[in-house]
Write a new protein. Structure first.
Lengths: 484, 463
């Protein structure tokens, strides 16, 4: 009987052993997987009941958690909520989180690896763990200038420092008030969230980096110009035929320059003039000459098609593949299926401004522990070098011409050399235009690169252009930077 | 009296004193361990209050003290009627029971339950009742061999208790399983008591029938197969287990009864073939049932594919299991601390999922500690099986111990995804009166058996 008993004992021991193993697997090895499961409400509840870190822009608090007497213990509060909503994002109990609140959640909630000792200390001392403060690169003055300049338009403004990649302003309109989504009354929040979600003007979308992106129109000519010059296939003085209209190959459609006539006088036109006057036909010809492969490789160098985190995820801008001859022509002046984000266009200007070196853009300056010691701090990083210094300098000269003596005249600032390019993108038959400006200043010592996009033709349908609506907004933002 | 006789007498007296001291020593050890267990329980309750509400609830501590008094009464009773009983069993069970009450109290606070609405209040009353019944058992049952005589009575009692929930009028269905009987003034799960009656019956029956079960049979394919008519009992028990599965919708209880029978069959006859025959019978039955019975299929789906959104959202799907896993994962190694986690998110956190609650608030360390307590309890029970002198007592001890061990495995294994979730209760920890009463009776019987073992061995030594 003892032999059998011994075997039964071993059997029972084996059963228990399996329990020791299974609980260890769950509580040690699967912890990370289980924690990030979206059905795990504990993760969000945890991040609520810790004193979440503040979000700060140059010593101005734009989001912080204030103690309240309910089960969540802290109320997330935003100051100038709509103005910063594109960057901060929202922080809801039941409808998820977005923006910096999401991208920097580990740090804000005190869960990041750098905060490990603080977590242990909090556990031992019994006090609530506290999240880290996230210091943004945004400048409140510039942000405010961009927000006000955009007025009632739907669109976006991005301003960044071309030498470091620090994002100085990022505005998206229409915006929303994140305070409305941070309330602890779940039903009200869900109601408001659903309202914002179905709103056709898409206020929850940060247009600067995400959403459906935009047709760039003529601002894309900067990339074609960069590709043409830097590849050496075309020089600024190279001439191309200058007809008043051009039939698209394999089609009855005809393309025209925006003025309707030729691009300046003469039977031929230089690249320099074509860019300054923003003519479509010469660019269709230039694009065809250098080919979509070359254009694509330059676009990718500027950041097209690549995933980027600033630390929010940026929707990659796209340059279409497998185009026929007509499509290559259309895409060469930013039509057909070219789609860009305002940040991407600001990056193009920034690379030109910075001697051909593109700095990786970011919106986070540093992460500070509750005792204000620095946990992480931003280091300027080179993203790529899409064009040579010579090409950059040549393009700067051309872009100065656009403003001083071309179609981007409304960006002029007296005493300052502004380099820029406008765009007026078509969105289809009868649809209002998308209006663009991108550029940088001062051209000889760049401090800011901007991109401005305005939807719905700025309320003027098809009768306005980038210079009329977008350029003045950019000028205001540039002036705000130069005023500092 | 001559000097030599005196010497001789002194030696015997010394020996007697020595022998009599040992029981005193183990009883003192037991008393010290009970006090220690009660201190841990009180600390756990205090931590729950401080962690969840920030203030102490004195009345609960008072009740806990009252329960401590009953345990001490039981201890004192043993000094008279079971002097040699195992000194670890009672402290272990006291600790498990107390930690269970602490965790149930913690969940009451989260759900805002107070007074008689609170599960912890009912659990404490049931604990008191269970302890008093155990006290009565240990005082009344002085010789366990008398239990063997009534083996067919136990069978009858067991079967009646099993069938009771199926009787219209008093049977009640709760969360899909028909396991409850409502007599108006009290409702209970007769199946919990039935497991003791069946352990008594199996042990009593197998002691007498094992010779014919083990000796005879035809050899085929190198294995000696049992005779056809010896298969009778196993077929009957299998049928009972299947009936429970089909009519009461309870896979766990069905597995418990059948597993108990197989283990005792194996231990008494020494023939592993019973495991093969019985295991295949049960496996086949459960497999076929999984096609016929939606709830069995649901349990298997929820186990194998817990994170599938369709199964997760299904009625009777894996929502509870997955939420339990989230809770345990959030506890990590050291846990959130008593009163500082969110175990209340998991449905039935105070009964079926109490181990998930413990995993969340006391961490992996707490889970290991609880499992070790069970393992220690089980090893003390098996020790009686190894050391006993009469086969009925040995089989009974093994059977009762196995009931506890298998329950722990089935419940904790279900919560931690080792096996599909079934409807058993975690012994001593989980909220539930019937289970407490049954398990405390098991404690009383094991104490009685362990006393007999040591008592007999000492008597043997002296001779």
């Amino acid at each position: 009987m003892n032999r059998e008993l011994r075997r039964v004992s071993w059997g029972i021991f084996a059963l228990f052993l399996s329990l020791f193993v299974s609980s260890t697997v769950i509580q040690v090895f699967q912890v990370d997987n289980l924690r990030v499961d979206e059905r795990n409400s504990r993760t969000l509840l945890d991040s609520y009941s810790t004193e979440r870190g503040a979000i700060v822009a140059s010593n101005t608090i734009i989001a912080e958690s204030i103690p309240v007497d309910d089960q969540f213990r802290y109320q997330r509060t935003y100051y100038d909520g709509p103005m910063y909503s594109a960057v901060t994002g929202y922080f809801t109990i039941s409808q998820g989180i977005s923006g910096i609140e999401s991208a920097m959640n580990d740090e804000l909630s005190g869960q990041s690896n750098q905060q490990f000792f603080d977590q242990v200390l909090a556990l031992v001392s019994g006090r609530d763990p506290r999240g880290a403060t996230v210091q943004l690169t945004l400048d409140p003055e510039i942000q405010k200038a961009a927000w006000n300049a955009l007025g009632d338009n739907a669109g976006s403004v991005v301003a960044l420092d071309p030498t470091t990649g620090r994002i100085l302003a990022m505005v998206s309109k229409p915006a929303y008030d994140p305070n409305e989504l941070a309330a602890h009354d779940t039903e009200t929040v869900i109601g408001r969230y659903q309202q914002l979600l179905v709103d056709e003007s898409a206020p929850l979308v940060n247009r600067a980096i995400s959403g459906g992106l935009y047709h760039p129109g003529s601002v894309f000519k900067l990339i074609v110009t960069a590709a043409a010059l830097d590849s050496g296939l075309i020089r600024d003085t190279t001439t191309v035929p200058n007809p008043a209209s051009l039939k698209l190959p394999g089609s009855t459609s005809v393309i025209k320059n925006s003025g309707g006539g030729r691009c300046g006088s003469g039977d031929t036109v230089t690249l320099e003039t074509a860019l300054r006057l923003s003519c479509n036909i010469p660019f269709a010809e230039i694009g065809t000459r250098i080919g979509s492969t070359v254009i694509n490789s330059y676009a990718e160098e500027f950041g097209f098609g690549a995933s980027l985190e600033i630390p929010m995820a940026v929707t990659p801008s796209t340059y279409p593949a497998n185009m026929d001859a007509a499509q290559i022509m259309l895409s060469s002046f930013g039509q057909y299926d070219v789609r860009v984000s305002p940040l991407q266009m600001a990056m193009v200007s920034a690379a030109i401004a910075n001697g051909g070196v593109l700095m990786a853009p970011t919106v986070v300056d540093s992460v500070l522990a509750p005792d204000l010691s620095i946990l992480k701090s931003f280091q300027a990083q080179e993203y790529s070098q899409p064009i040579s210094k010579q090409t950059a300098s040549l393009m700067t000269t051309m872009m100065i011409g656009n403003v001083s003596n071309g179609v981007a005249s409304n960006a002029r600032i007296s005493g300052v050399k502004v380099a820029g390019k406008t765009g007026t993108a078509e969105n289809g038959e009868g649809e209002p235009y998308t209006l663009w400006f991108t550029g940088f200043a001062p051209a000889d010592n760049p401090r800011v690169a901007v991109a401005v996009v305005i939807e719905n033709g700025g309320g003027f349908g098809q009768s306005a252009n980038g210079n009329r609506v977008a350029a003045p907004i950019a000028r205001t933002v540039i002036e705000a930077v130069l005023a500092q | 009296m001559s000097p030599s006789t005196t010497d001789h007498h002194q030696t015997i007296t010394e020996q007697l004193i020595l022998r009599l001291r040992i029981p005193t020593k183990i009883r003192n050890l037991e008393a010290a361990l009970i006090v220690f267990a009660m201190l841990i329980n009180a600390a756990a309750i205090a931590l729950v209050d401080l962690g969840a509400t920030g203030s102490l609830d004195i009345s609960i501590l008072g009740f806990i003290g009252g329960l401590g008094a009953i345990v001490m009464t039981m201890h004192i009773a043993q000094r008279f009627v079971a002097r040699d009983a195992d000194p670890l069993i009672l402290p272990i069970v006291t600790l498990l029971n107390g930690l269970g009450i602490a965790m149930i109290h913690r969940l009451d606070i989260a759900q805002g339950l107070t007074g008689w609405q609170a599960n912890a209040s009912r659990q404490m009353v049931w604990t008191a009742i269970a302890m008093v019944i155990a006290l009565v058992v240990i005082v009344v049952v002085r010789n366990h061999r008398s239990l063997q005589r009534y083996r067919y009575v136990w069978m009858l009692v067991g079967v009646v208790l099993l069938i009771m929930p199926l009787i219209p009028g008093i049977g009640v269905t709760i969360s899909g399983a028909r396991l409850w009987v409502d007599l108006g003034f009290v409702s209970f799960q007769p199946g919990e008591i039935a497991k003791i009656a069946l352990a008594l019956f199996f042990a009593g029956y197998l002691v007498t029938a094992r010779d014919s079960l083990s000796a005879v049979g035809t050899t085929f394919l190198g294995v000696r197969w049992p005779r056809g008519r010896d298969l009778g009992p196993i077929i009957i028990v299998w049928l009972v287990a299947m009936l429970v599965l089909i009519f009461q919708h309870d896979l766990g209880t069905s597995l418990l009864y059948f597993g108990l029978f197989l283990v005792l069959m194996y231990v008494s006859t020494g023939r592993a073939i019973w495991f093969v025959v019985g295991g295949s019978l049960f496996g086949a039955g459960a497999f076929i049932a999984s096609f016929w019975l939606d709830y069995v299929k649901g349990r298997f789906d929820g186990w194998l594919d817990s994170f599938n959104p369709v199964i997760y959202d299904a009625l009777g799907g894996s929502y509870q299991l997955v939420q339990g896993l989230f809770g345990m994962a959030s506890g990590g190694v050291i846990g959130a601390g008593l009163g500082a986690g969110r175990p209340y998110i998991v449905p039935l956190a105070e009964s079926d999922y109490i181990m998930a609650s413990i995993g969340e608030e006391l961490g992996l360390v707490g889970v290991f500690a609880i499992l070790c307590l069970y393992l220690l309890f089980v090893s003390r029970g098996l020790r009686i099986g190894f050391n006993g002198s009469d086969d009925f007592g040995r089989l009974l001890a093994v059977g009762l111990t196995f009931v506890i061990a298998l329950q722990v495995f089935v419940v904790v294994g279900g919560v931690t995804r080792v096996i599909p979730v079934t409807g058993l209760t975690t012994p001593f920890l989980a909220a539930g009166g019937s289970s407490l009463v049954a398990n405390w009776i098991i404690v009383a019987l094991l104490l009685r058996l362990s006393d007999t073992v040591r008592h007999q061995n000492q008597a043997g030594d002296l001779q």
